[in-house]
Design a protein around this ligand. Structure first.
Ligand SMILES: [Zn+2]
Length: 439
């Protein structure tokens, strides 16, 4: 980890240039050797404002989403009318062309309301009951800890956000293994034990009442073989859930860090239980450590959690020595970085930690806790990343997703409280996913 503490000022310029050149050569070699795409043709986005979850003067506010939406519109990355065509408003962007066939497409909200069973993938029954109880009794936005508030409409807002994220997952994962919400609900009504841990993923899958687990497994295997044969270059689109509040601090039975539910953890379980993808890699580049996500998967060998975060910052968790335990020993990787680390350190993380870890873990899905409070202008921290940093990071993640999991890559918005930087950085992330030559 020594190199992670290297500051740019102490590294000779020739060395930086050599590293950049070697990195470029390595990427080109990987792309050619593996015949993997190096960008996405399409990114699906869902936007949920969480309008009913709001508190005056709180940094986690509905304006965060509104500002992002405006920047997205101004970026001209969006398809017109929901359909991409050669007349779409796509334009060339710095760092590479975005062809007329590529764009960001907004998914219309389906109004899906997540089931209690889906909340129960991560959260305890007692916690869910308590949140509903509080939401039903309060009259105005109320702090429930030092920084987290709940307002009369909060539950509706977080459920809308989660519903949008699950819809997005269905769109991105799209395969016959997806049987939708019904599976999870059925699992719970039948008294099955969710969430699905490493050994119980197969056991918790509920086949049709007239079919056995082995029949279902055989069907999935046949389908996947057929699909690989007929669509060898099949590529999943990427996804970005622009929702709030952030959730990576939320524990199974406690709200925390502005959040009421741990959306990315529910999504990971959902990918396992409903979409039958066993190994999930969660990369968290929010400036704060995702203590909730780490705790939920700390003993889980099938979910790898990798976090970069500013050292010594709230919630004061995420030490290098926290590496998981039990069956999950080795699948938690914490990379605390000194304040001011910036691009240099993050490049080292991608090259020396994230890339090799993904190679070893072989994820089937990559989920990203995308927190933009690591931007240099954010008022809550001083990680010193630039807007362009989020572009190259996303591009690197798209390479990993194509290399290891046929492009199954979903971003979930976490933090980011300097509104112009947040909005520009989300747009940079989307461009990074769509570009073929960014970095
Ligand atoms: Zn944060």
């Amino acid at each position: 980890m020594e190199i992670l503490h290297t500051s740019a000022s102490t590294v000779p310029r020739w060395h930086l240039m050599t590293c950049a050149y070697e990195r470029m050569q390595r990427r080109q070699t990987i792309a050619k050797a593996d015949k993997v795409p190096n960008k996405f043709n399409k990114v699906y986005c869902v936007i949920q404002y969480g309008r009913n979850h709001n508190k005056l003067s709180h940094p986690e506010c509905v304006e965060r989403i509104q500002t992002i939406e405006r920047a997205l519109t101004d970026s001209r990355l969006l398809c017109d009318g929901g359909q991409c065509s050669s007349s779409s408003r796509n334009v060339e962007a710095p760092g590479g062309d975005i062809s007329s066939a590529t764009a960001v497409q907004l998914l219309s909200p389906s109004g899906r309301v997540p089931s209690a069973a889906e909340l129960g993938l991560v959260h305890s029954t007692a916690y869910i009951s308590k949140m509903f109880e509080i939401s039903n009794t309060i009259q105005e936005p109320t702090l429930i800890d030092d920084s987290t508030y709940i307002s009369p409409g909060s539950i509706q807002s977080v459920l809308e956000g989660l519903g949008a994220a699950l819809d997005l997952a269905d769109k991105i994962m799209g395969s016959p293994t997806c049987t939708g919400n019904q599976d999870v609900a059925t699992s719970v009504t039948m008294g099955k034990n969710l969430p699905c841990s490493q050994s119980s993923v197969e056991n918790t899958f509920v086949p049709h009442p007239r079919e056995s687990n082995s029949t279902t497994t055989a069907m999935l295997s046949s389908y996947n073989n057929w699909h690989a044969g007929h669509y060898p270059n099949y590529e999943h689109p990427a996804g970005f859930a622009i929702i709030r509040p952030p959730g990576h601090h939320v524990l199974p039975n406690r709200p925390m860090g502005f959040g009421l539910i741990n959306t990315i953890s529910i999504l990971a379980r959902y990918c396992q239980c409903v979409h039958k993808r066993q190994r999930i890699l969660i990369f968290d580049f929010d400036v704060h450590h995702g203590n909730g996500t780490m705790e939920i998967f700390y003993e889980d060998a099938d979910v790898m959690y990798i976090s970069t975060h500013q050292e010594g910052l709230w919630p004061y968790t995420g030490k290098v020595s926290n590496v998981g335990q039990g069956k999950g020993l080795g699948t938690t990787i914490n990379i605390p970085l000194p304040g001011g680390s910036g691009d240099m350190a993050m490049r080292a993380v991608f090259d020396q930690v994230l890339g090799p870890a993904a190679e070893a873990f072989q994820p089937e899905v990559i989920l990203v806790s995308a927190g933009y409070d690591s931007h240099k202008l954010d008022p809550l921290a001083c990680m010193n990343l630039k807007t362009s940093s989020f572009g190259w990071m996303s591009h690197e993640l798209s390479l990993l997703a194509h290399k290891h999991c046929e492009g199954r890559l979903i971003f979930i918005l976490e933090g980011g409280y300097h509104l112009p930087s947040l909005a520009d950085s989300v747009v940079a992330s989307l461009k990074g996913l769509l570009h073929d030559s960014k970095c």
